[in-house]
Design a protein around this ligand. Structure first.
Ligand code: PMP
Length: 306
């Protein structure tokens, strides 16, 4: 996946990934003070072009994350989008790619304070198709770890330090033989996966937990909500109880990595008929066409590189 000779962006320059290093005293390495994004580029063979999916929304969220963490983004949103385009061109990518942009506290400083500590921006790229296997149903488990809440480490901010929480849940799930974890928030309501938002379907209605359920404001989640509205699929944003997961007709994850990934089993209860449900299937197919630039009415979500 990672290619150390690929061109990345670091310390204001485009250079090989192997030369993009930081000092061991770096504030972000010591305290998890980095905010990041994950963005996809999709290669459409017929159009011979790479389409970035909602990069402006992703970088707006990165700027928001930076604001919460008292960081000053070194580049504007427009400049960041241009850096992604330049990375695709310099790497001559004609394939599906994943970008990992981040702003980090780059000072060599002992104190964990945030203000008056310098910030830097870097991006690396990976070749990435599926992050979770989206062709089969996932087997998932409700985590024994609770999601961190807004007054602990805001999940809205996508701070690297907060991902210790995701890492604990993800490893617990994998080591117990599951594919992924579902977090409950501190109140005990369904929050999200370790790196995905979650949707359920009951009696033809789509539900997803609200922003106050300690989740990341996912761009894919926002896209699925918008698609459902335009397609006249009833959608409600409300708290979901754990036991509702077990009796849902359909459950799926959304995320830049996961895309739309359907769930076959939760805590050893088969979801619905144990196969991909009709609403999930429809949304997954629609989403897939949109990201490859095949749906003209969603063309404002994609940015061509070439
Ligand atoms: N929740 C968490 C915790 C995540 O890390 C991600 C991945 N960025 C998501 C949800 C999905 O967000 P998005 O659709 O913006 O990738």
């Amino acid at each position: 996946m990672s290619n150390l000779d690929s061109i990345a962006f670091h310390q204001g320059e485009f250079k090989p990934l192997k030369d993009c290093t930081v000092n061991i005293m770096t504030h972000a390495l010591q305290y998890g003070t980095m905010v990041f994004g994950g963005i996809r580029g999709y290669y459409n063979k017929n159009k011979d072009n790479v389409f970035l999916f909602r990069p402006y929304d992703h970088f707006q969220r990165l700027h928001n994350s930076a604001k919460i963490m008292q960081m000053k983004p070194p580049y504007s949103i427009e400049e960041m989008v241009n850096i992604l385009k330049e990375l695709v061109k310099r790497n001559q990518y004609r394939s599906n790619i994943y970008f990992r942009p981040f702003i980090y506290k780059s000072a060599l400083r002992l104190s964990p304070s945030l203000h008056d500590v310098e910030d830097s921006f870097s991006v690396y790229t990976l070749l990435l198709d599926d992050y979770l296997d989206t062709n089969r149903g996932l087997r998932v488990a409700v985590s024994s770890w609770r999601r961190i809440d807004d007054n602990i480490i805001p999940t809205r901010a996508k701070v690297s330090g907060g991902y210790a929480n995701s890492a604990l849940a993800k490893s617990e799930a994998l080591l117990n033989g599951f594919d992924e974890a579902i977090f409950l928030d501190s109140r005990g309501y369904v929050s999200e996966g370790s790196a995905e938002n979650i949707f359920i379907v009951r009696n033809g209605v789509l539900y997803t937990p609200p922003n106050h359920a300690a989740l990341l404001e996912g761009i894919t989640r926002r896209s699925i909500i918008e698609i459902a509205k335009r397609e006249n699929i009833p959608i409600e944003i409300r708290d979901i109880a754990r036991s509702e997961l077990y009796i849902a007709d359909e459950v799926f994850f959304t995320g830049t990595g996961a895309q739309v990934a359907w769930i076959a089993e939760i805590d050893r209860r088969i979801i619905g008929k144990g196969s991909i449900g009709p609403i999930t299937k429809h949304l997954k197919e629609k989403f897939n066409k949109i990201v490859y630039g095949e749906e003209p009415e969603y063309s404002d979500w994609i940015v061509p590189v070439y």
